[in-house]
Ligand binder design. Structure first.
Ligand code: 5GP
Ligand code: ZN
Length: 133
């Protein structure tokens, strides 16, 4: 997609630090330098997020997320990972090309890898009635 920064990284038009790739997906270093080892996994073909991507794309991304995560714990000295995703601007998505963040973790590494929620406003049962499928 024109003017999509992650499409340009996928195609090689813009440089990315490529950790792993296959025909469908790419894992590369996030540029933020906010936490050591911050990696993004994207599909090479553009879709915006989990809400509009097809299942084949989602499966390919999930497979690469697992491959990279197992590499981090199996070969790079990490014990675990946080996986983060924002789907839609309402959820905080800032780059409109589907991506999963991988944050490598170790016990007592001091990283705050989970959002601090402010507390539920509604009763559990009433939210359940609204959400059940
Ligand atoms: P979001 O806020 O959409 O969940 O995450 C977007 C991520 O993309 C951010 O963590 C941000 O640092 C990263 N990012 C934005 N522009 C670039 C770029 O040009 N190169 C790389 N490697 N990462 C980027
Ligand atoms: Zn794109």
């Amino acid at each position: 997609m024109e003017d999509c920064i992650f499409c340009k990284i996928a195609s090689g038009e813009i440089k990315g630090l490529r950790i792993f790739e296959n025909d469908e997906t790419l894992a590369f270093m996030d540029i933020a330098k906010d936490v050591d080892g911050h990696i993004l996994v994207i599909p090479k073909e553009h879709c915006k997020n989990i809400l509009d991507c097809d299942l084949e794309t989602l499966n390919a991304v999930a497979k690469t997320v697992k491959t990279v995560s197992n590499h981090l714990t199996g070969n790079c000295g990490y014990e675990g990972v946080n996986l983060l995703n924002a789907s839609d601007e309402s959820a905080g998505q800032s780059v409109a090309h589907f991506h999963i963040h991988i944050i490598p973790r170790n016990t007592n590494d001091g990283i705050d890898g989970w959002p601090k929620f402010t507390g539920a406003k509604e009763e559990l049962e009433s939210v359940f009635e609204k959400l059940r499928m």
